[in-house]
Design a protein around this ligand. Structure first.
Ligand SMILES: NC(=O)c1ccc[n+]([C@@H]2O[C@H](COP(=O)([O-])OP(=O)(O)OC[C@H]3O[C@@H](n4cnc5c(N)ncnc54)[C@H](O)[C@@H]3O)[C@@H](O)[C@H]2O)c1
Length: 257
């Protein structure tokens, strides 16, 4: 049930953090992984996978651009395998409310965190239909569920991603296509620095909600990326064959409080 041999799985943001851990776990279980990232770090992850005897292809580019999405889906289709998709790449905003949010931060956050998953979902669905099914997992956030975990742009993008998840699950469930979302709490990754690079601006850790998130809001502990990856792998697998449209907190109980 946990064997992905004969499947090609696109993992976005796989050059770092949760995406990297997911790519490694999927490759260990026999998947051919398309390691998609805006950063050249994608090549390093492909080397890790192939060095361990697995199969992977790097796809470097901005997944919020249609041309990049077309290319990486073509690369996945060319393997001749059944497709899976993990919409995981994402960036933080600057922890500002609507009044202080700059246009560029809003546009960039919505484009990468919500439009890119839409573009990829739209691109893989015809192939999943033709193959008789498929699984998609979206990486949401505590900010998919609540309003105090980030700024206005990130929160709106991650709530939107929950909506895209539910709609995709319900619309295509009868065609054996599943779509689920994980909602992590704090995870030890590079997100603050990678987001600053993509946003072309520093995130001040003492600023606004950043200063009180998440430990000061009652989070129990931060997670390791591997813990999130294991949940993504489960949701992609046949062990989760009746799980569709779930918005699953993976946060050590933070959202239960
Ligand atoms: N770290 C946390 O505390 C946390 C909590 C909740 C949710 N998340 C979500 O987890 C997901 C993964 O983030 P992470 O924490 O592993 O961070 P990370 O920064 O370590 O990894 C994210 C990767 O996405 C890539 N990326 C960013 N923009 C991209 C683009 N336009 N095209 C292609 N790749 C792009 C980055 O280069 C980076 O390698 C994100 O969606 C994030 O919102 C993270």
């Amino acid at each position: 049930m946990n064997d992905f041999t004969g499947q090609t799985i696109i993992v976005t943001g796989a050059g770092s953090g949760i995406g990297r851990a997911t790519a490694l776990q999927l490759a260990e279980r026999g998947a051919h992984v398309i390691v998609a990232d805006i950063s050249e770090t994608a090549h390093g992850v492909v080397e890790e996978i192939t060095g361990a005897g697995g199969q992977a292809t790097a796809a470097v580019g901005d997944i919020s651009e249609q041309g990049v999405v077309d290319k990486l889906v073509d690369a996945a289709v060319a393997t001749g395998h059944r497709l899976g998709l993990v919409n995981n790449a994402g960036i933080m905003d600057k922890f500002d409310g609507a009044a202080e949010t700059e246009d560029a931060v809003w546009e960039r956050c919505l484009r990468i965190n919500l439009t890119a998953p839409f573009l990829l979902t739209r691109a893989v669905l015809p192939h999943m239909r033709a193959a008789g099914g498929g699984a998609i997992v979206n990486t949401g956030s505590a900010a998919s569920l609540r309003g105090a975990a980030a700024g206005a742009a990130y929160t709106a993008s991650k709530h939107g991603l929950a909506g895209l998840t539910r709609n995709t699950a319900y619309t295509y469930g009868r065609e054996n296509i599943r779509c689920n979302l994980i909602a992590p709490g704090g995870v030890e990754t590079n997100i603050m620095t990678t987001s600053a690079a993509v946003n072309e601006g520093e995130i001040d850790p003492s600023h606004g909600l950043a200063a009180i998130t998440p430990i000061h809001q009652g989070a129990i502990r931060n997670a390791r990326p591997e813990e999130l990856a294991a949940t993504i792998v489960f949701l992609l697998s046949d062990a989760a064959s009746n799980v569709n449209g779930a918005i699953l907190p993976v946060d050590a109980g933070w959202s239960a409080g």
